[in-house]
Design a protein around this ligand. Structure first.
Ligand code: PMP
Length: 435
């Protein structure tokens, strides 16, 4: 009998023993190819010696010194690294322990920013349907994931939800991708007018939707229009790159590919690549200055923020990725993975759409690929695929509720950036025999 309060107490899970590159081994010695990167976390795979050495070196110096007393060198260096590569004028970094904490920080900062400016009524957020921004109650309220929200309703704040820019299901036949992007971006303007622009502080969304929809990028031009609307109505644009950021889509930050810069960007998962729990919020100088010149203090913080070992691990991860030019591998292998998935599954009657960017790929499963009719949700196909794939020695990330929180199934793939062609063949072969 286990005394651990597992999230799903009825699920039987193997005990993990060790990892090596893109593989994980359980206690019984069974090998699993980690094609989900956990949940888009393990960018470097497992047991990377360069990262382990950097962490040990830091532990030997100092492992914890509260941020209320000290700054620390790895935190300063990691901030320098991120700012030197960040889009737009994001030039300060606030460190936390994970994605939900980073989102909470962003939501509170957006509100405090307007408070400092004397725009006290700007307290509301707008986000998108089928988005996920974390499980803490503020981040949950900001997201549009129905099945996660419902058990905890009423949530702390009402958040109007607009289209997730879901081309496969929402584009009309009589419009081009460009027209579709402009139309759904326009929903932000409508939502703003409905809420009263003077009551809204920020729009938050994932540049490429991850867990809830399966690697869905927006169409070209969508984010340019979103940025224009945010500027026109004076609201902040928060990009949640917790899952799609840190190189996962082939550029360090996913918004780079959209040609826009957010006012606040949050990231986590791939930042520490699973070697340590760490998240970060990047903010523009304008926001920081407003706080500094106002009350002088961001009224938010956590015990483990800027943890020296977490920052040392993340810095080593990011240096390793850059020094080994792994983002080129992400782009090249990403295309290969997409082509191999299309060759193997493109004609499968249950595969509707194969999409994504870099090593962030999604496969949408349907009951009928001609009509795009969703699978019967009670069949829980995604859960069956997950266990069949584990049986076959493959970790992938299937999820239900793609379309509206209830209907629709997809599989998300987010393998480590170090994979080669043989790993791609193994992923496609194992997945192909499972779907
Ligand atoms: N935002 C996004 C886009 C995410 O995918 C996640 C986690 N799946 C979170 C926030 C929350 O991150 P965490 O689980 O580290 O709290």
């Amino acid at each position: 009998m286990t005394h651990v309060f597992h999230r799903n107490p009825r699920a039987e899970q193997p005990v993990v023993a060790r990892g090596d590159g893109p593989y994980i081994y359980d206690k019984a010695g069974k090998q699993y190819l980690d094609a989900s990167g956990g949940a888009a976390v393990s960018c470097l795979g497992h047991s990377n010696k360069f990262v382990a050495d950097a962490m040990k070196e830091q532990i030997d110096k100092i492992s914890f010194a509260h941020s209320g007393f000290f700054t620390n060198q790895p935190m300063e260096d990691l901030a320098d690294f991120l700012v030197a590569r960040a889009p737009g004028n994001l030039d300060h970094v606030y460190f936390v322990s994970g994605g939900s904490e980073a989102v909470e920080a962003a939501l509170k900062l957006a509100r405090q920013y307007f408070l400092e400016k004397g725009e006290n009524s700007r307290t509301r957020f707008i986000s998108r349907r089928q988005s996920y921004h974390g499980n803490t109650i503020g981040a949950l309220a900001a997201g549009g994931n129905q099945w996660r929200r419902e058990p905890y309703a009423p949530l702390l704040m009402p958040v109007p939800l607009i289209s997730p820019c879901y081309e496969y299901r929402e584009k009309r036949n009589d419009e081009t991708s460009g027209e579709f992007g402009q139309r759904v971006a326009g929903e932000l303007e409508t939502a703003l007018i409905d809420a009263g622009p003077e009551n809204v502080c920020a729009f938050i969304c994932e540049p490429v939707v991850g867990a809830t929809m399966g690697a869905v990028p927006a169409v070209e031009g969508y984010f340019k229009r979103i940025r224009e609307i945010c500027d026109q109505y004076g609201i902040l644009f928060i990009a949640d790159e917790v899952m799609c950021g840190m190189g996962r889509t082939g550029s360090l930050f996913a918004v780079e590919q959209e040609g826009v810069a957010p006012d606040i960007l949050v990231t986590a998962k791939g930042l520490g690549a699973g070697y340590q729990a760490i998240g970060a919020m990047l903010v523009s100088n304008e926001i920081l200055r407003t706080i500094v010149d106002g009350s002088g203090f961001f009224q938010h913080g956590h015990t483990y923020m800027g943890h020296p070992v977490s920052c040392a691990a993340a810095l080593a991860v990011q240096n390793y990725i850059e020094d080994n030019d792994l983002l080129s591998n992400v782009r090249r292998r990403g295309e290969q993975l997409h082509d191999a998935l299309t060759a193997r599954l493109g004609n499968n009657p249950f595969v509707g759409d194969i999409r994504g960017r870099g090593l962030f790929r999604g496969i949408e499963l349907v009951a009928d690929r001609m009509t795009r009719e969703p699978l019967d949700p009670s069949l829980k196909i995604h859960a069956k695929i997950k266990s069949a794939a584990m049986e076959a020695g493959l970790m992938c990330y299937p999820m239900g509720g793609t379309i509206d929180g209830r209907r629709g199934d997809h599989i998300l793939l987010a393998p480590p950036f170090i994979i080669d062609e043989t790993h791609i063949a193994e992923i496609v072969e194992k997945l192909g025999s499972t779907v």
